[in-house]
Every structure is written in structure tokens, then in C-alpha cells.
Design a protein. Structure first.
Length: 322
């Protein structure tokens, strides 16, 4: 039965080897970066102190490093923050002496560097940072498991496993880009990754719905044709949604400043990768996992027969005939 009447159908499955090869290369490169360069954990996860300082003129970063060398804050990371007149001074560990005011110390130490104002001081203890890192990983794992259960119940276990493979694909490559560009890993980034998990799964569920719909309304047995049709029918919706979201995220990335940079960057990279995987990566794995159109239709027919039998028995019971 012909099912490709209303829109152009693209041969995604015919190019699956090329697309999966690209994904494989990106995953290997991402794992290599994570193993060699690692992630640049922010104070949320490793503990430490960040002092945000704003100068009247351009911040003398070299001078700041020089005056800090003769103090207990020697070796601190000094970097520009949002503009040339603002910097952050980052050092591991937080003050163990609660009576010792870091703001007062910094005001004294930085006197030779010019006229400035300390805007903010953030401190996180090492133990708290370790707990946040552990809980962040647990949240991600729990989110993946919840998605696995949801999709397995709503569709079939092969759809669920393929979707989780897609999510892992997205997370690994996104983390590889985060490592490559040395973006600070903080709680905002965890929130962005969780947002991307839901965003990607939403796209995947729409494609899965189309595959299931085609299985129900047609007698087509070729899984490749069903997948090509389903992805093609949702392609314009997927691209338009992703582009619209990217407009917003790009604005945040350019104009949002350093405070939300980690969140914006993660969302920007994740949306592109997630859109790619929902179109080119997830569906081929449904076939690789052994999904059969004939077996699926037999199971669905049996479920429908059982449902009708239960309704018949219920009706007979209500009429007093059982």
C-alpha cells in the first residue's frame, strides 16, 4: 500500500551508515576530550571562592595577578568577566575563619591595581561541592531511567532503548564541546542538560508516534519506508521548532553575559545535536534492535482482541448474563 502521497519522503535510512559514522566520530572525539582535558568544574562542584570585581577603567589583569602572588591567594585564576572593566578572581577553598572577611582583605590587597568595586563574593565548601556533583549525576541518571520507563510503556522497549541511546549520544557530544571550549560546569549547566533531555525526547516521541500511526493505518511491511515516511512528515516541524528555539538561545548566548553563559552554551550546542540525533540517529537503532512490523501488528491485534473480549464480558456482567 502506498503511504507517501502527501509529502516528499527522504531516504534517511538509506544514508544511515554515513550519519551513524559521523556520530561515532563525534562520540570518540568527545570521549577523548573528556579523558584528556576533562571538565572545568565550577565552584558549585569543587568548592571554592569567586570574587567579582568591577573597575572604573579596563581591569589590569596582569597587575592583579602580580599583587596576589605575595598573598595567600597566590595562584588564583583571574579572568575577564563580561567586559574589559570587570574580572573574577577564583581560588579553591573557602575561608575557614568566619571572622575573616574576604571582602576587606581583597579591598586592601587590590589597592595598587586602581579604583574598583567588589560586586559579589560566592563561596562553596568542598564537601557541599562534592555533594552537589554527586546529586547532579544522580538527577541525570534518574531522568534517563524515567524516560526509558515512560517510552517503554507508551510504545515498545526497542523504541525506549533507541531513545536512550540517542540521549546518551547527545549528552556525550555536548559534554565534549563543553570540555573543548572550557565552559564552567555548574548547576545551571545541569539544568540545561535536563532541559535538553526533555527537548530531545519530545522530538523522538513525535517520530515514534508517526511510526506507530503508519503501522496502524497501512499494511506496509518495509520498516525503512515507514521510518523514512515518519521522519519526513515531522521534518518541517522539527526544524522550525529547533530554529525558533535557537533564535532565543543565541540571543541569550550573545547578550546574556557570563552569568548565564554555561546555560546558554549548553542549550545552544544541545539543541543542534539533539535535532540531529532525533532525525538521523534514533530511528536506525529501532531497526538494529530487531523491531519487526509483522510481530508488532500481531501483538497489537492480540491486545485489541483482548480489549474487546474484556468489554464483552463487562457488558454481559452488567446485564446479569454472567
Amino acid at each position: 500500500m502506498e503511504i507517501f502521497n502527501n509529502s516528499k519522503t527522504y531516504d534517511f535510512m538509506g544514508k544511515k551508515t554515513a550519519f551513524l559514522s559521523i556520530s561515532g566520530i563525534l562520540i570518540i572525539a568527545s570521549i577523548f576530550l573528556l579523558l584528556t582535558r576533562g571538565l572545568n568544574y565550577g565552584i558549585d562542584f569543587v568548592g571554592g571562592t569567586i570574587v567579582q570585581v568591577k573597575y572604573e577603567n579596563a581591569a589590569p589583569i596582569d597587575k592583579i595577578r602580580e599583587v596576589l602572588e605575595g598573598t595567600k591567594y597566590a595562584g588564583s585564576n583571574v579572568s575577564e568577566f563580561g567586559g574589559p572593566d570587570e574580572v573574577t578572581i577564583r581560588f579553591t577553598g573557602s575561608s575557614s575563619d568566619v571572622t575573616n572577611d574576604i571582602s576587606d582583605e581583597m579591598n586592601k590587597i587590590l589597592v595598587p591595581t586602581g579604583k574598583f568595586e567588589i560586586r559579589k563574593i560566592d563561596m562553596v565548601g568542598a564537601k557541599v561541592g562534592e555533594e552537589l556533583r554527586t546529586k547532579g549525576i544522580m538527577v541525570l541518571v534518574m531522568a534517563l531511567l524515567a524516560m526509558l520507563i515512560y517510552i517503554a510503556v507508551r510504545f515498545e522497549w526497542r523504541f525506549a532503548v533507541a531513545s536512550i541511546i540517542g540521549l546518551i549520544h547527545d549528552v556525550i557530544i555536548t559534554l565534549g564541546l563543553i570540555s573543548l571550549f572550557k565552559v564552567d560546569v555548574n548547576l545551571d549547566m545541569i539544568a540545561a542538560i535536563l532541559t535538553l533531555v526533555g527537548y530531545t525526547v519530545n522530538d523522538t516521541i513525535i517520530v515514534n508516534d508517526r511510526i506507530r500511526e503508519s503501522l496502524q493505518i497501512t499494511k506496509e511491511r518495509d520498516l525503512d519506508r515507514l521510518i523514512n515516511d515518519s521522519v519526513s512528515r515531522t521534518l518541517s516541524r522539527t526544524i522550525l521548532t529547533s530554529v525558533a528555539t535557537l533564535f532565543v538561545v543565541t540571543t541569550m548566548l550573545i547578550f546574556g553575559g557570563e552569568i548565564i553563559y554555561a546555560f546558554s552554551f549548553t542549550m545552544f550546542a544541545g539543541i543542534i545535536i539533539g535535532t540531529y540525533s532525533s532525525i538521523f540517529v534514533v530511528s536506525p537503532f529501532i531497526k538494529f534492535l530487531g523491531f519487526s512490523t509483522d510481530s508488532y501488528r500481531v501483538k497489537e491485534s492480540q491486545k485489541e482482541a483482548n480489549r474487546k473480549e474484556k468489554e464483552k464480558l463487562r457488558a454481559m456482567y452488567e446485564q446479569g448474563r454472567v
